[in-house]
Write a protein that binds this ligand. Structure first.
Ligand SMILES: C[S@@+](CC[C@H](N)C(=O)[O-])C[C@H]1O[C@@H](n2cnc3c(N)ncnc32)[C@H](O)[C@@H]1O
Length: 208
């Protein structure tokens, strides 16, 4: 099963599943690093069922939600029915369906470890940022829990922070940083024999 097929399959349950994986502290940290301001426009990449989007609209931003899974976006549309400050687009990591320099912020939570080329995905996220815009992504530090590949179709076993920082710089961003998000991603294997608590980083950069 591909990662895309996996998310199509779990879409109905994702909102429930993700509550045991990570908490709102992760997105609050991302918003704090970005310095979000009401009235601005943010892209939520790999938006899933709208965990990050929910926080952004509560803070008065408009959101462009992008995901390769129509099933995840469809859950999100049901969840936010009647809210007109969200646009939804099916789109893939290396060809985001947005013009250059079109958004004030880019957020991506727990998305990077699913894409084929994290470096190319970051470059594409940087492309859509307006000058002065901020990108903040939250994802897993490098880990050894193989069961996440098998059971959750993770493509990458987290990342080394220095690699992520290098990709941000290669994408042309400035004021880059990769810090602790102050939260762990927690889950256990289907057999119950392995328990993972993986630290989460928050990586950020600005468009000159
Ligand atoms: C672990 S979920 C995280 C969802 C959401 N950001 C959250 O915090 O709940 C990863 C999401 O990224 C999407 N995704 C994975 N690979 C992608 C790709 N190459 N292009 C676009 N979306 C992708 C999946 O469909 C899924 O919705």
């Amino acid at each position: 099963m591909s990662s895309k097929e996996y998310f199509e399959k779990v879409a109905e349950n994702w909102d429930h599943m993700r509550q045991s994986f990570f908490s709102v502290g992760v997105r609050d940290k991302a918003f704090q690093i970005a310095g979000v301001k009401a009235g601005q426009v943010a892209a939520d990449i790999g938006a899933g069922t709208g965990f990050v989007t929910e926080g952004l609209i509560s803070n008065g931003l408009s959101v462009i939600a992008i995901d390769e899974s129509e099933a995840m976006l469809s859950q999100m549309k049901n969840r936010f029915a009647g809210i007109d400050s969200i646009e939804y687009h099916v789109g893939e990591s290396e060809a985001l369906p947005l013009a250059d320099e079109s958004v004030d912020y880019v957020f991506a939570n727990m998305y990077l470890h699913h894409v084929e080329s994290p470096k190319a995905a970051l470059k594409e996220m940087a492309r859509i940022l307006k000058p002065g815009g901020r990108l903040v992504l939250t994802d897993l530090d490098e880990h050894q829990f193989d069961f996440l590949k098998e059971e959750h179709h993770d493509r990458w076993m987290g990342f080394k922070r220095e690699d992520v920082k290098g990709w941000l710089i290669d994408a042309g961003l400035i004021d880059t940083a990769v810090d602790c998000a102050g939260q762990n991603c927690c889950t256990e294997s289907a057999c119950g024999c392995e328990k993972a608590a993986i630290s989460i980083f928050a990586a950020s950069g600005s468009k000159a």
